[in-house]
Design a protein around this ligand. Structure first.
Ligand code: RP5
Length: 166
């Protein structure tokens, strides 16, 4: 694969099931990415290094997923000027998911994290592709096709209902 443009990281291997949705959509939209596990709490030095070197390594945005006391996206955002997209994960240590959502969403002024829905890794992938698509025509074209596919799917479903007499 060519030079990664998006970094996809998560706090634990247990987040991978959710975060795979981001990977799948980046693959579909042909956005080169790198994938790793980086924990704010268990590997803080690696997290620091990852965030500090991300821009120089050619990344254009970072998707960071975490659950429970989800500090990874915010901490990474504090260490880089790249846009960070946070994915709250409903993890085993999460009470009901709100803990993850609020940990990622309620950032102090000056350090934004673009927070998607609970387990919303698919939208994180699309948003990351849209960031790349702002300056990469091939990715922008893939996004246009993606939107047309979504539209056609809805129209087809509506037509199926019509054919059934509804
Ligand atoms: C968070 O704690 C991780 O992002 C994960 O969502 C959660 C649970 O981690 P494990 O105990 O499953 O490794 O830091």
């Amino acid at each position: 694969m060519s030079q990664p443009k998006i970094g996809v990281i998560m706090g634990s291997q247990s987040d991978l099931g959710v975060m795979t949705e981001a990977v799948l959509v980046l693959e579909k939209l042909q956005v080169p990415f790198e994938l790793s596990i980086v924990s704010a709490h268990r590997t803080p030095e690696i997290m620091y290094e990852y965030a500090k070197t991300a821009k120089d390594r050619g990344l254009k945005a970072i998707i960071a997923g975490a659950g429970g006391a989800a500090h990874l996206p915010g901490m990474v955002a504090s260490l880089t000027t790249l846009p960070v997209i946070g994915v709250p994960v409903k993890s085993s240590n999460s009470i009901d998911g709100w803990d993850s959502i609020l940990s990622i969403l309620q950032m102090p002024g000056g350090v934004p994290v673009a927070t998607v829905a609970l387990n919303g890794a698919k939208n994180a992938g699309i948003l990351a592709a849209q960031i790349v698509g702002a300056f990469d025509d091939k990715v922008a074209k893939n996004l246009e096709r993606f939107k047309i596919e979504m539209r056609d799917k809805v129209i087809n479903s509506a037509n199926e209902l019509k054919e059934k007499g509804y």
